[in-house]
Design a protein around this ligand. Structure first.
Ligand SMILES: [Zn+2]
Length: 400
């Protein structure tokens, strides 16, 4: 994460670069400002600058080289002395899904503006899913992910650094446990707290932090970043930027919800073609889906699962009572349920789940989608169906 990946925010960025270059790094920083304005992006660039030996060279200006081992590890967020924390929705720490957490951190490394937190993105696979669970830092998590690693001696890094995102979501007990560490920080430790609601933090915590404010971004800067980073036509980029209220993160969400509508249309079409089994239409549709790439295909399969669950609800509770996820598609769900009373919805669920597990391996996506459509077609007719697993993609090792 080099500084150029932070959109605008010249003032806080300059302050952080000066601190690194001059070796005058504070123990704790509070980055505050509306969400989507680059607090995490700046924190990750700061993490890289702290760990890169070249950023504080004699002629260093706080700029990480982006080539050394430390830079590479921070960029991928696998540096042993850089810890990234999100508040969690689970009541018991052991319930958490380490694989899901690792994927969130990986996505954050790829795009620090992406919605990867549990508040706005309870499910990585299905961006339309919402959650009413309370998302908090609880004492157990703070002990396990923050106090313990930050109290250990430094590994290979020049600093130990913890990025505590949405720090206002600490419960009081957890905040007090953190405060003890903050009051007597081990040498060369740096805490970066981010929040859009600084007034909700304990004053005893904020008073120990150097505060840096992140202002809403100008629409032009958002439009320019969208055009350059997401390869959007200027006009569309400008439109999204105007709706984003100074938040690049919000602009990305708007872009994603556009994609969500498009994905839903593809899913409905796919079910239709799976039933009709018109080989030409099916081939062109699976080709469209395949071109979206592995991650998007995984999302599409997630949407298919939700669809089938909705159908189950319509079938058991009736179209009026069913609490559908795809509320905007209630009519289509009703019709599907009426027209296909014989469809084996449980078998459809199993088939889609099986296909989703295969997407993570190196199977050929086009073949997988074709095989799934054939199997789903049989299940929709109430016939027995199994998924014929296609061969791995040529040239790639089989990861099974
Ligand atoms: Zn470096």
């Amino acid at each position: 994460m080099i500084w150029s990946r932070v959109i605008e925010q010249e003032r806080p960025v300059a302050a952080l670069r000066r601190a690194v270059a001059g070796g005058r790094v504070a123990h704790a920083y509070l980055f505050h400002g509306p969400r989507g304005t680059g607090k995490r992006a700046a924190a990750l660039a700061f993490a890289q600058a702290l760990q890169c030996p070249h950023a504080s060279d004699d002629d260093g200006d706080g700029r990480p080289c982006d080539e050394c081992d430390a830079c590479r590890k921070v960029r991928r967020l696998v540096h042993p002395d850089v810890h990234v924390l999100f508040p969690h929705p689970w009541s018991k720490e052991k319930d958490r899904d380490e694989h899901d957490l690792a994927e969130r951190i990986q996505r954050l490394g790829e795009n620090p503006y992406a919605a990867v937190d549990y508040v706005r993105r309870p499910s990585l696979e299905d961006p339309s899913e919402t959650s009413n669970k309370q998302v908090l830092y609880r004492t157990g998590q703070v002990e396990q992910d923050l106090l313990r690693p930050m109290s250990l001696t430094r590994g290979e890094g020049r600093y130990k650094m913890a990025l505590i995102t949405e720090a206002d979501r600490m419960n009081e007990k957890a905040a007090n446990a953190f405060l003890k560490l903050l009051e007597e920080p081990p040498p060369r430790t740096v805490f970066v707290l981010t929040t859009a609601r600084p007034s909700r933090l304990l004053p005893t915590i904020t008073s120990r932090c150097q505060r840096l404010r992140f202002d809403p971004l100008p629409a032009d800067a958002i439009a320019e970043a969208l055009a350059r980073r997401r390869d959007l036509p200027d006009e569309r980029a400008r439109m999204l930027a105007r709706m984003a209220d100074g938040s690049y993160g919000r602009a990305l969400e708007l872009l994603e919800s556009d994609e969500l509508m498009e994905h839903r249309r593809l899913v409905l079409d796919y079910f239709r073609q799976a039933y009709n089994q018109d080989p030409v239409k099916l081939a062109s549709l699976t080709e469209d889906m395949r071109r979206l790439g592995r991650e998007h295909v995984k999302e599409l399969l997630g949407l298919m699962l939700r669809w089938v669950r909705d159908l189950l609800l319509v079938r058991t509770l009736g179209p009026e009572e069913a609490p559908l996820v795809n509320v905007d598609q209630a009519e289509a769900a009703k019709q599907f349920a009426q027209n296909l009373p014989q469809a084996d919805l449980e078998a459809m669920t199993d088939l889609i789940e099986e296909a989703r597990a295969l997407v993570g391996r190196n199977v050929h996506l086009g073949l997988l989608l074709t095989a799934l459509a054939q199997a789903l077609g049989r299940a929709m007719q109430g016939r027995s169906a199994r998924l014929y697993v296609p061969l791995p993609e040529a040239g790639l090792p089989h990861a099974a």
